[in-house]
Design a protein around this ligand. Structure first.
Ligand code: PEP
Ligand code: MN
Length: 344
């Protein structure tokens, strides 16, 4: 539920409400907006009556949150949340573009990739050091050695690093090297991992599970938020359908639907969504046109030699063209000042 304080409420009255919330073994989340002071209350599933708070001094009203996800819902926080990606933020209408190979494969490969995505205008470098592969016989990533190479690529280009973390015990190590921790589709419901990244203040790029509903996806984000980390980006990466012409089916619907239900920024990954480089640019453009806050695209200097996901990786030249198109589409969307909040 949300406790809306009167505009005249004093800091002591706000503090008193916090204390009452904690006394009931509930967690208060302070949301201080420009116009109103709101305290979000999240419990453990037990019913909580509005009467517990409505008569406290300074309280204007108490509103229940109807959705099963609380902290992630727009009811809880109506504005767009801005999440840091290195020096930039995502969620303010300027698309954030992340590019780089599926996996870090060698020093030469990652440094060349980093330089090319930087030159194309990307805001961050992606590259997996720990790879969750469907087959145990596929390349599993370079591990910490890969993280060191990513750090070298950051030194070279200044680009922040986006890389996947696959297990709770790896979170401190990966958080030491990367600005953005990616949770892969296969781990979207790895609750121990979600809780572990929720205990950091790193930005988390949470990918949608391949069979996850929008509600499952938002509940996964809720795990991270409930541990105290508000820096969550949602990433649509295609879902499993009956269609076999593409690796997955890009759920473009998910972009405005998510933005209606949550204040968190929403990205599109057109690479895993389609699985074929020929379709990647078209889907990236449609994602931005649908209002996505950014895209994450696989780019490889020589896709035919890639150890993972070469078939869906763009060559640097094509990526450069895509970045120009994405920026032009974002510019076109400004005509009537369209907000990425579809409810506004
Ligand atoms: C990836 O980003 O390389 C990846 C493994 O993505 P997903 O988890 O979406 O399959
Ligand atoms: Mn990949």
């Amino acid at each position: 539920m949300m406790i809306i304080m009167k505009t005249t409420a004093t800091p002591e009255e706000v503090k008193h409400v916090h204390e009452r919330v904690k006394a009931l073994e509930l967690t208060p989340h302070q949301i201080s907006g420009a116009e109103r002071n709101v305290i979000g209350v999240v419990g453990d599933g037990r019913p909580v009556e509005a009467t517990a708070f409505i008569r406290l001094p300074g309280v204007a009203s108490v509103i229940p949150i109807s959705k099963p996800y609380k902290l992630a819902s727009r009811e809880f926080y109506p504005e767009n949340t801005l999440v840091p990606v290195g020096e930039n933020v995502i969620g303010n209408g300027k698309p954030i573009i992340i590019g780089g190979p599926c996996a870090v494969e060698s020093r030469e490969q990652i440094l060349e990739s980093a330089q090319s995505v930087k030159d194309a205008g990307a805001h961050a470098l992606r590259g997996g050091a720990f790879k969750p592969r469907t087959s145990p016989y596929s390349f599993q990533g370079m591990g910490e050695e890969g993280l060191k190479l990513l750090a070298e690529a950051r030194d070279l280009t200044g680009l922040p690093i986006v890389t996947e973390v696959t297990a709770p015990e790896l979170v401190p190590l990966v958080a030491d090297y990367a600005e953005v921790l990616q949770i892969g589709a296969r781990n979207m419901q790895n609750y121990a991992l979600l809780k572990a990244v929720g205990q950091t203040q790193r930005t988390i790029l949470l990918k949608r599970g391949m069979s996850a509903t929008i509600s499952d996806f938002l509940m996964a984000a809720e795990y991270i938020l409930s541990k105290g980390n508000q820096n969550v980006i949602l990433c649509e990466r295609g879902i499993r359908t009956f269609e076999t012409a593409t690796r997955n089916t890009t759920d473009i619907n998910a972009i405005p639907v998510l933005q209606a239900h949550t204040h968190l920024p929403v990205m599109l990954d057109p690479s895993h969504s389609t699985g074929h480089w020929e379709y990647v640019s078209a889907l990236a453009r449609s994602g931005i046109a649908a209002g996505a806050d950014g895209i994450i695209v696989e780019v490889h200097p020589d896709p035919t030699q890639a150890l993972s996901d070469g078939a869906q990786s763009l060559k640097p030249k094509r990526f450069k063209t895509l970045v120009k198109q994405v920026n032009a589409i974002a510019e076109a969307l400004k005509v009537e000042n369209i907000s990425t909040n579809p409810l506004q």
